[in-house]
Write a protein that binds this ligand. Structure first.
Ligand code: GDP
Length: 443
């Protein structure tokens, strides 16, 4: 049985949720290793739209165990709301979800702190979702965070909430914001404890014992590589490690347990929030990609910035993650175009750069060079098997492979599970495609 990481190779919103949902029938466990409920993975099943935030996308398959690792920050209220919404479409109970006791909690003061910080930054704001995720990671690093396991000890929980709230209130008052009432927070979080305690597990031990029994795990990344706190376009990043290494630290799993890394890559590029974006389109074509691709944030509804495929960025993502194979999403969005440019190189101060510069001051100034491919003018969604794909699209795909150094093993051509084409046996030994196809056929 193989254990694989599935993650995004761009700035998020690559369609990871759909791909994880499609591949889940081949795995026993789906484990999320970082981020918070700022992630928004959209999955369509039989035309019905389901948006997942904190709970792994594997939850939509009965029988799959979904794990939330220590690397995740959890807002208990948002988690419980998500559970309620999910229960309308699938049975979810404590046998299906395990939450690490070492995951850090998001508290109300984190949301206030994030809003104040974004307001103070003005023009230089990061464009975060203001859900308190960044400040929760700040407290984790500052060793004053409150963890899920603290919910099990009411006295400890009270003491920590009171100390932290008192400290935050000093800052809030100084910035002209209303202080928060620690007693109310204690009461609220003690109530969450009752609802959440049944889900709390030692996730590292659980995964190890499951893997020893031959169970397979899909490690699910949230956000994208270029938003990784260390390898992304810092400071325009998320506050955790979305790259493959995060799967180990965010779940307590050794690297030797991971067999492969699959990179989900959108056929063009999008970015939400601020930060450099070399291939961004500021014209009618950019708006067209946004409209055709329905590029509006699943969590915030914000329009995403759109641009051409950036092979320099994806080659970088393939390197820092050790991507074995790519899964290409949303090429159908480009169906209508006559010509499709692909960014092949960056030039900076007149010279070609050999590597992707993740530093915003440089990335803002690079001059992208493009190779233009002809469009395919065929509705890709109509293709049911790989050999149905038009040659112009296969040329485009080959260029992506050549430039990024990774093979494309599957293509998604639409939002539904059945809009997924696998390329011969390129995932052999990693994903049991018979199980995936059987689940698709059973729908
Ligand atoms: P994630 O966070 O990476 O899962 O991505 P999002 O859910 O934020 O955004 C991806 C969007 O693209 C979702 O609305 C998906 O339903 C949709 N999507 C995924 N794959 C495809 C595809 O191949 N074609 C089209 N047109 N849409 C897709």
């Amino acid at each position: 049985m193989s254990n694989i990481v599935v993650l995004g190779t761009q700035w998020g919103d690559e369609g990871k949720g759909k791909i994880v949902d499609v591949l889940t029938p081949a795995f026993d466990i789906v484990a999320r290793y970082q981020g918070g409920h700022n992630a928004g993975h959209t999955v369509y099943i039989g035309g019905k739209k389901i948006v997942l935030h904190a709970i792994p996308s594997g939850i939509l398959h009965p029988g799959t165990l979904c794990v939330i690792g220590n690397g995740v920050v959890l807002d208990p209220r948002a988690f419980l709301d998500e559970l309620l919404a999910l229960r309308q479409v699938t049975a979810v109970d404590e046998t299906r979800i395990a939450i690490s006791g070492h995951a850090h909690l998001i508290l109300p003061y984190h949301r206030v702190a994030e809003r104040l910080s974004e307001e103070a930054l003005g023009e230089r704001r990061i464009g975060t979702t203001c859900r308190g995720i960044g400040p929760a990671y700040v407290d984790k690093a500052a060793r004053r965070g409150i963890r899920v396991c603290d919910l099990l000890d009411p006295a400890e929980l009270k003491e920590k909430i009171e100390a932290n709230t008192a400290e935050k209130n000093v800052l809030f008052r100084a910035l002209g914001a209303d202080p928060l009432d620690a007693a109310a927070i204690v009461e609220e979080y003690r109530a969450y404890a009752a609802s959440i305690k049944g889900y709390i597990r030692d996730v590292s031990a659980l995964l190890e014992s499951q893997m020893r029994q031959g169970k397979s795990v899909l490690f699910e990344g949230a956000q994208g590589t270029l938003l990784d706190m260390d390898h992304g376009t810092y400071p325009f990043v998320t506050s955790s490690n979305s790259t493959a290494g995060g799967a180990c630290t965010g779940l307590g799993v050794g690297p030797t347990r991971i067999d492969a890394v699959l990179g989900v890559t959108k056929t063009y590029t999008t970015r939400v929030g601020a930060g450099p974006f070399p291939t961004e389109l500021h014209d009618e074509t950019g708006l067209l990609l946004g409209r055709q691709g329905d590029e509006f944030g699943a969590t915030t509804g914000r329009p995403r910035r759109c641009g051409w495929f950036d092979a320099v960025a994806v080659a970088y993502a393939n390197r820092v993650n050790g991507v074995d194979k790519l899964i290409l999403t949303k090429p159908d969005v480009l169906d209508v175009l006559d010509e499709i440019p692909v960014c092949t190189d960056y030039f900076y101060k007149g010279s070609r750069l050999d590597v992707f510069p993740a530093e915003p001051p440089i990335l803002e100034k690079v001059e992208p060079r493009f190779q233009t491919m002809r469009g395919w003018h065929t509705p890709l969604r109509l293709a049911r098997v790989w050999t149905d794909l038009p040659s112009a699209f296969l040329d485009y795909l080959k260029l992506i492979e050549d430039l990024t150094g990774a093979e494309v093993a599957a293509v998604s051509t639409g939002v539904e599970r059945s809009d997924t084409l696998f390329r011969d046996d390129r995932l052999a030994g990693l994903v049991d495609l018979d199980k995936v196809r059987a689940a698709m056929a059973a729908e």
